[in-house]
Design a protein around this ligand. Structure first.
Ligand code: ATP
Ligand code: MG
Length: 869
């Protein structure tokens, strides 16, 4: 069965069981501060399990793009080394939200695997939860009894809390689970060793393919379990592992999911898969990482130096360095695999087709730049090895520094070290790594208490589009602690505060009661709850508060948001329809917009975009808003749906004239409110991605006022009425002429001085010695010293500049003296520069030191004479 058909069959099967089939959520999560990437099928449904939202249907199935490279699930180190863990994989899943429970989940899983997919029953093992004393839970008899109806009892294993109890996080919904394992060893091996003994033992051919989670508890902050009123089903099956089983292969990489890219890589590298362990691992790493990086970029997560972008960059670099080390690939190659991936998966994941130019452009550029880093790192490492000389050990902090600041992989340092007969200080390196981990853990550590629920009937709605003030009641609150300290999160029955999302910052403001005013410092969304951050808890938490949004900040932000839409449209008009939003920040201070475009914008293009936006502002276009539109309606109106965004059932359409966008942000009533739009800068953030920063309204007007004032100040300083440019030009001309004259004058003076210097040279022990003070500047003095050394034989020239602020000493020595007498100008200058509180150094025949204390100059010159003796 082809993998495409395996996926189709799964979705079809659950459709016939009354499930709604939905799209995969984006691989990069936007509105969940607790998770960077989607790492399981359930992540996009968290809000439903938490009771913060209602699903479209209480039975849902899909395939979810998952990435397990950070946080609780991190499989990165195994990827490539084993044959069944990937960074990015598809998780097939079916869900019940308070609908069916264990009976159906088990029966359907069994039916699909054995009947529809035809997996032999005597290759399957299942596990049930044995219970846990500490938690006060006992054997999951319900699941056991249900399984017994399908599978022989001796194929059912009992699992402990580690394998068979699933938790969403430290707190939240959780429950026992049943895993389904398949034994795909050849028959003779199966006859020899009982598969049962290999379950959950990391055997590559006795592997878990499916996990059925029965969510029936809620874990509280004190560690105790509470029964959930509505019980849920959450299942996840590894698509690539299933393909391996159904295609009769013994490795995920032998299936049609990976074979096409492997073949292309064999072609590029000239190395066959299956010939040696080391090159096999490299090939697996590369074709695996390609998918992770490609899907992440297609969903809008570009490689960068921070956060999720940094994780993506590191994955790509890992692939590049495996190619470099083991396959001898030192030119960009990963981007060449992309067309194959697109051809294989683009049908089901159209974002791969749509985003091809960006994805390949970005990967190629990242590859080229990292390969340069590798080359630079290599030469730096070679230098270090040379300096270290006999010690034969490269200190751990150096290896760490190469890794941390230059991105040069430790593995590479290790190999280069070995090539030179060196080792690296592994323990020291590990210590540095551990320190860094500790630092980043500290930076993100968040301790969250349980919610204190005051009113669980409140529907906690946003009224931010129409209001900036409202009477509110707190429906729940909790205490949270992070590195910044302790604060509280409040949820209101209704709120005029806009929660950060879609690039727009969260509202600030206050809540006021008869006896107190509490500042709201930020508003964010978490699993569909709108959370207000405050530093102190109101005394009368159950009272009514008047919530007041900081209107001036909100208004400024709103203007920037509308201006972002107008600019997006103008960019598409000026540059072309390939322009797509790739990221944005909309604050009260300015707006930032990242978009796909392959070259630097010209000055004319920037001005044209600015002009077009200002024209739309002048046209005074009214806001036309549709809050409850269907996606079809929105697309028909010309709105652009972005990949990497999660859209609900109903979308909101924001129209100003011909600009139409799907948007959840706040907007002006009329474009005239924006008054003025001004672009501050245009730059590049990654290959094929440009960034514009701009300002509007009062900020823009003030910026123009400041610019005007500066210009007027310049006119006054130039003593001209209007033509500043002409005045500046004539100053520049005059300046250039004066500079020439000064240079000539200095040269004349220097050469005159050189004649006096020459006369003052005295012979000491066969050395023509001179120590002299001069009023020349350091550069001229140095040049004179060099020239004089060339003009006379056996010269040792010491010149001190008589500069009260920055005195200097230069020593120049004839090369033959250096060789014959072992003189060293660098060491000498270090020695005598102490008299002028200075430091410096240089080569054996020429060195300069700068100082701070001119009073010591004479003493320094007197001491210099010792060198000749
Ligand atoms: P394992 O113990 O094999 O790492 P897991 O317990 O982490 O698996 P779950 O979190 O239960 O797995 O995920 C559900 C299913 O997703 C697994 O049964 C497996 O088929 C698949 N899966 C999990 N991690 C990966 C991965 N890194 N690559 C490919 N498939 C995976
Ligand atoms: Mg795992």
């Amino acid at each position: 069965m082809k993998s495409k058909d395996i996926r189709k069959e799964f979705l079809h099967f659950f459709e016939t069981k009354g499930h709604l089939i939905v799209d995969s959520a984006p691989i990069v999560l936007k509105d969940d501060p607790t998770l960077m990437f989607n790492n399981s099928g359930m992540a996009q449904f968290k809000e439903f399990f938490l009771g913060n939202g209602t699903p479209k249907n209480n039975r849902i199935a899909d395939t979810q793009k998952c990435l397990r490279v950070s946080g609780k699930h991190n499989d990165l180190d195994d990827v490539g080394k084993d044959t069944y863990h990937h960074t990015m994989f598809e998780m097939l899943g079916n869900w019940s939200f308070g609908d069916y429970f264990k009976k159906e989940a088990i029966a359907w899983a069994w039916e699909l695997l054995t009947d529809k997919y035809g997996i032999s029953k005597d290759q399957i093992y299942v596990t049930v939860f044995e219970g846990d004393k500490g938690d006060g839970t006992s054997l999951d008899e319900e699941a056991l009894e249900l399984w017994k109806q399908h599978i022989a009892e001796d194929r059912i294993l009992y699992g402990n809390k580690k394998d068979n109890f699933w938790e969403m996080g430290d707190i939240g919904p959780c429950g026992p689970c049943s895993e389904i394992h398949v034994d795909i060893r050849p028959e003779d091996e199966r006859a020899k060793v009982d598969g049962k003994s290999l379950v959950n033992m990391d055997h590559p051919q006795v592997i878990e393919i499916w996990n059925l989670v029965f969510m029936q508890y809620q874990r509280k902050a004190d560690g105790s379990l509470e029964s959930l009123p509505a019980k849920h089903i959450d299942t996840g099956m590894g698509f690539e592992r299933l393909a391996m089983v159904l295609q009769g292969k013994s490795s995920n990489y032998d299936t049609d999911v990976f074979q096409p890219t492997i073949q292309k890589l064999e072609e590029i590298s000239g190395i066959k898969y299956g010939t040696a362990e080391k090159t096999d691992i490299a090939i697996r790493v590369i074709v695996d990482h390609l998918r992770a990086v490609a899907f992440a970029i297609a969903d809008g997560q570009l490689p960068s130096n921070t956060g999720a972008g940094y994780v993506i960059r590191r994955i790509l670099r890992r692939a590049i360095s495996y190619g470099y080390r083991f396959l001898g690939l030192n030119e960009p190659f990963i981007y060449q695999l992309y067309p194959i991936l697109k051809a294989e998966m683009g049908d089901f994941f159209p974002e791969l087709v749509k985003q091809e130019t960006i994805v390949t452009g970005v990967i190629r550029e990242e590859e080229a730049s990292f390969l340069r880093t590798i080359e630079q790192g290599l030469s730096r490492l070679n230098q270090i090895i040379e300096q270290l000389g006999d010690s034969k050990i490269i200190p751990g902090d150096i290896v760490f520094e190469l890794y941390d600041t230059f991105g040069f992989p430790a593995d590479l340092s290790r190999i280069v070290a070995e090539d030179h007969g060196f080792t690296i200080d592994e323990a020291g390196f590990e210590t540095e790594m551990a320190k860094q981990k500790e630092r980043s853990k500290k930076a993100t550590a968040l301790v969250t208490d349980d919610w204190v629920i005051l009113d669980d009937k409140g529907n906690e709605t946003s009224i931010a589009y129409d209001n900036t003030e409202a009477d509110v009641k707190v429906t729940r609150y909790r205490k949270v602690k992070n590195k910044k300290g302790e604060f509280y999160q409040l949820v209101f029955n209704q709120t005029p505060f806009y929660a950060e999302s879609g690039g727009q910052v969260g509202d600030k403001g206050s809540i006021v009661s008869a006896n107190e005013t509490i500042e709201v410092v930020d508003t964010k969304k978490e699993n569909n709850l709108i959370i207000h951050f405050v530093e102190t808890l109101p005394e009368n938490i159950e009272g009514v508060f008047q919530a007041k949004v900081d209107i001036s900040k909100r208004n400024a932000t709103t203007k920037n948001h509308t201006a972002t839409h107008l600019m997006h449209e103008a960019l598409r008009e000026v540059l072309g329809n390939h322009v797509e939003q790739k990221g944005s920040y909309v604050g009260d201070d300015y707006l930032r917009f990242d978009f796909s475009h392959f070259s630097k914008m010209t000055e004319e293009e920037i001005q044209l975009v600015e002009q077009k936006v200002n024209e739309k502002i002048a046209e005074a276009l009214p806001l036309i808003e549709k809050r409850e539109a269907s996606m079809d309606e929105a697309l028909a109106e010309g709105a652009m749906a972005l990949f990497g965004e999660k859209y609900g059932d109903k979308v909101r359409i924001i129209r100003f004239g011909s600009s139409v966008e799907l948007c959840g942000g706040t907007h002006v009533k009329n474009t005239a409110d924006i008054r003025l739009f001004k672009i501050l800068s245009e730059s590049s953030t990654a290959a094929g991605i440009r960034r514009i920063e701009a300002i509007t309204a009062d900020t823009a007007i003030n910026a123009l006022k400041v610019a005007e004032k500066n210009y007027n100040d310049v006119l006054v300083a130039l003593k001209t009425k209007n033509d500043a440019l002409k005045a500046v030009q004539s100053l520049l001309d005059e300046n250039a002429a004066l500079k020439k004259q000064v240079e000539k004058f200095v040269a004349q003076q220097a050469s005159a001085e050189k004649a006096t210097w020459k006369a003052a040279v005295k012979e000491i022990n066969g050395i023509n010695f001179l120590a002299i003070k001069t009023n020349l500047d350091t550069a001229a003095a140095k040049q004179n010293a060099i020239d004089l050394t060339n003009e006379i034989e056996n010269a040792l020239i010491v010149v001190g500049t008589n500069d009260t602020v920055k005195p200097s000493i230069t020593i120049s020595i004839a090369k033959n003296l250096v060789a014959d007498k072992g003189l060293h100008a660098g060491n000498m200058v270090k020695e005598i520069a102490k008299h002028i509180s200075g430091s410096g150094g240089g080569q054996p025949f020429l060195a300069t030191a700068g100082g701070k204390d001119v009073n010591g100059l004479d003493a320094a010159l007197v001491q210099a004479e010792e060198f000749a003796k």
